[in-house]
Design a protein around this ligand. Structure first.
Ligand code: GLU
Length: 477
């Protein structure tokens, strides 16, 4: 097999979206599975839509996920460079001239107004809008005269009649399109810049791309690209069109959908772990053979097979994402998790009076249940507030008549403590059980609610220790 070369080719029109990240990820896994190369190419020909810093942000977020391109604008190979389309205009120009010379493309002088009017007419007449080929057969003299008059023009491909374009999609199987359904499309815009469908062919060929995984929105572009490959006598790569990512209501993700954080940077900012994101995204539209769900990057590379890419939309399951993240956080050392949580704690609370040991103990208490770094802020709120706001259920529970005595006994126990340690507090709980004759739920629940304000939480003795003697005694009334 020839060396596998795949590419992720974003337009720098925005930051790394989870859809784009998944596309990059599957291309990456496929390349690495086959010992091939993963290339990053910038498709920046839509100059009005490009944003400042778009390329850097894409690359940085990919790197955060652990997807480092073998080749990119920052890491070029001379035989394939440059890697930004706007730096490749000379390359496109050469092939455009060839297509014009061979009569496979032609200059179109129709104005945008004329084209719009024609489009409207066709829509009104109920026919599929398509370029009416007005400029298709202009004579060389007519073309020369229009050019001499300085009339702007686009260049269109002369789409062959009665041809079927078919291919075996790695995900969808056999797909075919009729050329008669495709109008003579623009390959070079009036500003001299090629369109996506045209530039992509020249790039995929000259960069020796062997396989392409991309979003299903590109499926209908494929026949257009195939005709250019054919005209230039080149072999098209093998394509795989991935299905949509949908939200929990099974709706296609729209940019405005706020039910899901859609940009990779948002996950980074909220303290998700990159290896967990990598794992989670690999399961967005791909499934392994067995039941296993937690995979290292190396395992994913080994297991990946394009034959197991899903044909149906993949749901972005937020609960699964937090579950996967929690699994990864649990595996991390306490030191790592403290480092992950610290910026969030610092931003939310005044830590100036807290010792390093206290912060470590605080994070340790939540280490096993934490799903993402920022979550620590809401979990530890009770250690930073003076007022406890009990919910109705807790208030109801505290009405039991045995409770005041249990709390009194416990308070007396704690008051006598010389050292306010977790072990000693645990001993006080035990002593309270005996002395107040409270056990099980009637022991732990009142102590927990009275000291922390919540009915369910981490280890009680640890929580009480973190709260500190003074605060606990005052809460016990
Ligand atoms: N620039 C295109 C996009 O961002 C790439 C499509 C392709 O992979 O061919 O959707």
């Amino acid at each position: 097999m020839e060396k596998v070369r795949v590419r992720y080719a974003p337009s720098p029109t925005g930051h790394l979206h989870i859809g784009g990240a998944r596309t990059a990820l599957f291309n990456y896994l496929f390349a690495k599975h086959h010992g091939g190369d993963f290339i990053f190419r910038l498709e920046d020909t839509d100059i009005e839509r490009n944003i400042e810093g778009g390329e850097a942000s894409q690359l940085e977020n990919l790197a955060w996920l652990g997807i480092i391109p073998d080749e990119s604008p920052l890491n070029p190979k001379p035989e394939y460079a440059p890697y930004r389309q706007m730096e490749r205009l000379d390359i496109y120009r050469k092939y455009t001239q060839e297509l014009l010379d061979r009569g496979l493309a032609y200059k179109c002088f129709c104005t945008p107004e004329e084209l719009d009017a024609e489009h409207e007419r066709q829509v009104e007449a109920g026919v599929a809008p398509m370029y009416n080929r007005k400029c298709r057969d202009l004579t060389a003299e007519e073309v020369a005269a229009k050019e001499a008059a300085g009339i702007p023009y686009t260049i269109r491909l002369r789409v062959p009649a009665n041809k079927t374009y078919e291919f075996d999609d790695m995900i969808r199987g056999h797909v075919s399109f009729e050329s008669n359904d495709i109008g003579d499309w623009v390959i070079v815009k009036a500003n001299g810049i090629p369109t996506y469908n045209y530039a992509v062919v020249i790039d995929d060929h000259t960069m020796e791309i062997t396989h392409v995984f991309r979003g299903e929105e590109h499926l209908s572009n494929t026949p257009k690209q195939m005709m250019v490959f054919e005209m230039l006598g080149w072999k098209a790569p093998t394509y795989g069109h991935m299905t949509l990512i949908v939200n929990e209501q099974r709706k296609k993700l729209s940019k405005r959908d706020e039910s899901i954080m859609q940009f990779v940077s948002q996950y980074k900012e909220e303290g998700y772990l990159p290896d967990a994101m990598f794992n989670f995204m690999a399961l967005l539209g791909w499934s392994p053979e067995g039941e296993q769900e937690i995979f290292t990057k190396e395992e994913l590379i080994k297991e990946f097979s394009e034959t197991r890419l899903s044909k149906s939309p993949s749901m972005f399951d937020k609960d699964k994402l937090t579950w996967v993240n929690n699994r990864y956080i649990k595996e991390r050392s306490l030191e790592d998790v403290v480092a992950l949580c610290r910026p969030f704690l610092e931003e939310a609370y005044d830590l100036s009076s807290k010792s390093e040991q206290w912060i470590n103990d605080l994070v340790a208490t939540y280490h096993d249940q934490l799903s993402y770094g920022k979550e620590i802020v809401s979990l530890v709120d009770l250690f930073f507030t003076d007022e406890l706001n009990l919910d109705e259920e807790a208030k109801e529970f505290m009405k039991d008549e045995t409770i005041p005595n249990t709390l009194k006994v416990f308070k007396a126990q704690l008051e006598n403590l010389e050292e306010f340690t977790k072990e000693n507090i645990q001993a006080c709980i035990k002593a309270t059980q005996k002395e107040a004759k409270a056990k099980g739920k009637m022991l732990y629940m009142p102590l927990r609610i009275a000291t922390t304000g919540i009915m369910h939480g981490p280890d009680l003795a640890s929580s009480i220790c973190l709260l500190g003697k003074e605060k606990v005694l005052s809460r016990l009334g």
